[in-house]
Design a protein around this ligand. Structure first.
Ligand code: SAH
Length: 366
């Protein structure tokens, strides 16, 4: 049995709810108060190893190492933007998979963008995360670990989380909901649900299920085109869940949760950036009070999509505003340290394949 296989068989403590952890504690013959200690070490002190859990006896720590895994993420690269302080992290997981997370310092606090899967199966044409397909889902613990490691490494408090990194969160539904419940647990990091955003390409059953969880999280829909035909050209998932059913699910999400939905709209030159597109988009966003977040598309080297120039982006936004739509242009964070959306991981995987020891890269590699 390889080390990875053994790790896979160990109890995944970080993904467990408090009650599940209590059952685990009992199963290894430990007293109930150990549950609170373990939960505290993992979710408040953000311990990266059992050895850090100094209020546990050495014997118990040894037993935990045998029976359980903390699913720790090891930072392999950290890049800091000289422009805006954005930090991008590449983490290596227990099975050797590499994932990408980003910390963005906003004036209202630090927000971390996490991945929900290793790779992605959704196939959006403009997105680098999907180029190698999906490798596997992340566990709730591995999603938490991205936030915890970033807070521990940077020494800065994380106030918000956006599940907008690599992967489709609603294609990993159970782990996502588990993650949200754990990160908002008052015995743990205790984030407010309102400071969490889940971004989806439009998995209708997932949107409907999330609305029923009684979690006040913000839903962001990656809309990207205002008609079925145009959306299909950019996003293969649109063939499975058509525009009308996705919009109906978003309206229901808004009505059930009272949380306004955000529409994400990557502007691609010549594809979805005309005045007619703006008018059609306004007709979709208006009735449900959706906020529109415009993202000039990040060029991906494997694709030939281009972003419209700045004045055109502004004009598109003004067009929406004239029709009463609340729209913002996403401020580009960390543009000097490899664009968003899986490009850092992509670059790392490419480089690894070609020349794993390129000397000029080692300075940033830890
Ligand atoms: N799968 C989820 C979350 C991950 S993608 C989703 O589809 O929403 C996060 C956001 O980045 C999505 O809106 C996605 O469409 C967008 N995105 C991906 N690649 C991009 C690129 N090259 N330029 C601009 N936005 C991009």
């Amino acid at each position: 049995m390889t080390m990875e296989e053994r790790q896979g068989q160990k109890a995944d403590l970080k993904s467990m709810s408090f009650d599940e952890l209590a059952a685990f504690t009992a199963s290894i013959g430990e007293k109930p108060y150990r549950t609170g200690q373990l939960f505290d070490w993992m979710h408040c002190h953000l311990a990266g190893s059992f050895d850090e859990m100094t209020s546990l006896s050495k014997a118990l720590r040894a037993k935990l190492k045998e029976e359980a895994s903390l699913q720790s993420a090891e930072p392999v690269q950290v890049l800091t933007s000289a422009k805006d302080g954005t930090k991008k992290y590449l983490f290596r997981l227990g099975d050797g998979s590499v994932i990408e997370s980003v910390m963005m310092p906003y004036h209202h606090g630090n927000t971390v963008c996490i991945s929900s899967q290793v790779g992605c199966a959704m196939g959006c044409r403009f997105c680098a995360s999907t180029i190698g397909g999906k490798v596997r889902d992340l566990s709730a613990g591995e999603m938490l670990e991205q936030v915890y490691r970033i807070q521990a490494l940077s020494g800065e408090r994380v106030g918000g989380v956006v599940v907008m990194g690599t992967g489709e969160p609603l294609d990993n539904y159970d782990a996502l909901v588990r993650f949200i419940r754990l990160i908002t647990d008052s015995r743990g990091l205790n984030l407010s649900g309102r400071s969490i955003t889940v971004s989806t390409c439009g998995i209708v059953p997932g949107i409907r299920a999330l609305a029923g969880e009684n979690l006040p999280v913000t839903l962001a829909l990656s809309l990207h085109a205002p008609t079925q035909e145009k959306r299909e050209r950019l996003m293969p998932i649109a063939r499975k869940y058509d525009l009308q059913s996705v919009l109906d699910a978003c309206r229901d999400y808004f009505e059930t949760t009272g949380r306004r939905v955000t529409f994400e709209y990557a502007l691609v030159e010549g594809e979805n950036d005309s005045a007619a597109d703006a008018a059609a988009l306004a007709r979709l966003a208006g009735p449900m009070g959706a906020h529109v977040n415009l993202i000039p598309v990040n060029p991906v080297k494997e694709r030939n999509y281009r972003r419209p120039d700045r004045s055109h982006v502004e004009a598109f936004k003004n067009n929406l505003a004239k029709q009463g739509i609340n729209a913002t242009i996403r401020r580009e964070m960390g543009a000097d340290i490899s664009g968003a959306c899986g490009q850092l991981r992509r670059g790392y995987l490419d480089r690894d394949r070609q020349d794993p020891l390129r000397p000029e890269e080692t300075e940033e590699t830890i």
